[in-house]
Design a protein around this ligand. Structure first.
Ligand code: MOS
Length: 714
């Protein structure tokens, strides 16, 4: 009898899809060979507010290869939201080309369908649109009177912040700003859609297939059963592919209208105005502490913008409700409608930006209190989430800070700015604390076990996606663990909405959800086979023997995992600490990030190699927030000035440092049965603050506005 192999989880194995990817065999949305396919391209508006008065498509339609030009005049009627400014949710409908109204620069006004991509692109330039232009609202400052509270969750308070501030020995009021940023995954947003006999089949670059299915079905007012989405591989998403954007609806509409499969690719330029972005945030912080360094009050007020026709906000203040023990606490979020596309989730929406404000302010307070910033954070640690009024499932923030400080050599830090110099360089050390919700959501998986040549092989099917994070690999490892067979005998099939439903990849819930779904499916397989073979449930029998004794060569079963009551009764977060060393040139303000140390506590790490990559990616994006990333808006016309990757800068290897990543050994069994917590977004969280705080320690200059470009330092 074989014994169960139970050592697959936790191994740093290579990605099982790595070879397919590096050899170009992994197929992305626009790469599937579909017969008879035609190409669609969007035409975008050249005003930010107003109305289309006429569209002349005659010249475009005359061109060779052009099949159809769709505008609001001949478009299919789609479902519109009843509300004037609906919230942007994961399943939001995405009506397009429905009216002559223009809400932002770069909005789709027409869609050209042609035999080739080049023909479509050329004809797009020949579509003549005339507008009646209104003066757009672009400037946040000029529109402050329009600020509104977006929903019931936008405001929160406990205790009395004003009283807490008054009774404090040391107080701080400071405002932090972060710019519009764009997700810009390497793989452009793209899709191939066929509408045939009332059924939609699409290859689309989407992070959450079940939600995308709902969005497409609702937009076209058809049954979800008639929609299938395939997203076998994604070249990144970073939140921009959580939702269905209008190009997918446009291509679906085109396919319905012309009766042929339609391929659409959103250009990099169009991705600035049509596939989401991180909003500009202005965060006003108020902190008060007594002489011992105990926080007495903490307020976090965020003002941001949404679109005039749709609403979204990243909840920057949420981190301030739960991270520290503060009796008096207030959080507000306000939105100002502007003529810009609706912002949406970008990696750690809320935390990435909120932690910059909170963790910078914490550093400022530590400086005012003449306390070490690591000790100041530890002093205000709490094992209870005071915002949600629940205990944390586990919280090892203090351990992250202590171990990180040790590993980094924090004791070498000079508290006084400019005290550490090396030639022309001012050397600074900075720290920040990180926290990110680690949700786990209902997940189903199918396992198909097959006997071949006396060995058991298994296929796992789920509608989950691998957005570049390693989902294929951790699913295979989990299946191998719970089936007791080697990883090489596992075949993983993801990214088909016809497979069992998962919450998809987003919100840092992917790994925990997928792994637990697979766990239950594998357990169910054993139970069923044991029943068939007349073996008692508690007996440990190898899968191979069970298959043999139940006389089956193939067996298929589905399992579903769901969060427990214990999970619901706790606040489930991953925690971390970031340490950075920065060298700033005294004369030019040029600076280099020399070292970064990240310590994370994220439950059981399914695969240290893919997890490490996730954190490195997060740190890189966090560093990008500081050194480079910003989208500039032209203030009169509302067009983005940054319109390509040549002017939207992200860090390259040379910009980065020695990066050290540590995971604390942990299993959070309250979070879920396997004890896994998310890391996809933890890595970016508070990185910006650690670097800005290091810059303060180096120069004595407090940087409250991202990105920190060298001219701000001289
Ligand atoms: Mo994430 S911003 O939920 O992809």
């Amino acid at each position: 009898m074989k014994t169960l192999e139970t050592s697959s989880i936790g191994k740093a194995i290579d990605r099982i899809d790595g070879r397919l990817k590096v050899t170009g065999m992994a197929k992305y949305a626009s790469e599937f060979p579909v017969e008879n396919v035609v190409y669609a391209q969007g035409v975008t508006s050249t005003i930010a507010k107003g109305k289309i008065t006429s569209i002349d498509v005659t010249e475009a339609e005359k061109q060779k290869g052009v099949i159809k030009v769709i505008t609001y005049k001949n478009a299919e009627k789609l479902k519109e939201s009843d509300e004037k400014r609906p919230a942007f949710t994961l399943t939001s409908v995405a009506p397009v080309l429905q009216s002559p109204e223009i809400h932002y620069y770069g909005q789709y006004v027409a869609c050209v369908v042609a035999e080739t991509f080049e023909q479509a692109q050329y004809a797009c330039r020949l579509v003549k649109v005339t507008y009646e232009e209104d003066k757009p609202d672009i400037d946040l400052d000029k529109n402050r009177s329009k600020a509104f509270k977006p929903d019931d969750q936008a405001d929160y308070s406990r205790g009395d912040v004003d009283a807490g501030m008054q009774s404090s020995d040391v107080t701080l009021e400071a405002t932090y700003t972060t710019p519009i940023e764009h997700q810009h995954p390497m793989e452009l947003h793209a899709a191939i859609v066929s509408w045939e006999n009332g059924k939609v089949k699409t290859y689309a670059s989407q992070q959450i297939l079940n939600d995308a299915k709902t969005a497409i079905a609702d937009t076209f007012m058809i049954s979800e059963d008639n929609v299938q989405i395939i997203a076998a591989y994604l070249g990144g998403g970073f939140g921009s592919k959580l939702n269905v954007h209008k190009h997918l609806i446009m291509a679906t509409m085109a396919s319905k209208m012309i009766g042929r499969p339609v391929q659409i690719t959103v250009t990099r330029q169009q991705m600035f105005t049509n596939t989401g972005m991180r909003q500009f945030d202005e965060q006003k912080m108020r902190l008060g502490a007594n002489k011992k360094g105990e926080l007495q009050a903490l307020a976090h007020h965020t003002t941001s913008h949404c679109a005039t026709d749709q609403m979204y906000y990243e909840a920057c203040g949420n981190v301030s409700k739960m991270l520290y023990k503060t009796p008096n606490n207030a959080v507000t979020h306000r939105l100002i409608p502007l003529n810009l596309q609706v912002p949406n989730s970008m990696r750690a929406p809320g935390e990435a930006t909120g932690s910059f404000a909170l963790e910078s302010a914490m550093d400022e307070m530590a400086w005012k209190l003449k306390m070490d910033p690591v000790e100041f954070r530890i002093k205000n640690d709490t094992q209870r989430d005071l915002g949600a009024d629940k205990p944390f499932s586990s919280r090892l923030l203090v351990e992250c800070l202590r171990i990180g400080a040790d590993k980094f050599g924090w004791s070498e830090r000079k508290m006084q700015p400019r005290a550490n110099q090396n030639g022309n360089w001012l050397v600074g050390y900075g720290v920040s604390a990180a926290s990110r919700r680690a949700p786990y959501r209902k997940t189903s998986a199918r396992v198909i076990a097959d006997m071949r040549n006396g060995e058991v092989y298994a296929t796992i099917q789920m509608d989950g996606t691998d957005i570049g994070t390693g989902s294929y690999t951790i699913v295979a490892q989990t299946a191998a663990e719970y089936l007791g067979i080697p990883v090489k005998n596992i075949n993983v099939e993801l990214g088909d909405s016809d497979f069992p439903v998962t919450p998809g990849s987003g919100g840092s819930w992917g790994a925990a959800s997928y792994a637990n779904g697979v766990r239950v499916a594998c357990k169910n397989l054993f139970s069923k086979l044991k029943q068939n073979a007349g073996v008692a449930e508690e007996d440990e029998v190898a899968l191979e023997d069970l298959m043999k004794s139940s006389k089956v060569t193939s067996y298929k079963v589905v399992g579903t995992a769901e969060p427990s009551e214990e999970y619901e009764n706790h606040s489930v977060f991953s925690f971390g600490a970031n340490f950075a060393e920065v060298w700033v040139d005294k004369d030019t303000g040029m600076y280099r990030i020399k070292r970064m140390v990240n310590v994370g506590s994220a439950g059981k790490i399914l695969n240290p190699k893919t997890a490490y990559s996730q954190i490195i990616g997060g740190l890189t994006m966090g560093a990008g927030m500081v050194i480079a990333e910003q989208t500039q808006v032209e203030p009169h016309h509302g067009n983005f000035i940054t319109r390509s990757l040549a002017d939207y800068h992200v860090p390259v290897n040379l910009d980065l440092a020695n990066i050290d990543v540590v995971f604390l050994p942990e299993e959070d069994k309250i979070a879920n049965e396997i004890g896994v917590k998310g890391i996809g977004e933890l890595g970016i969280t508070s990185v910006a603050a650690s670097i800005a705080n290091a810059i303060f320690n180096a120069t004595g200059k407090r940087m409250r506005d991202l990105p920190i470009t060298p001219e701000k330092l001289i």
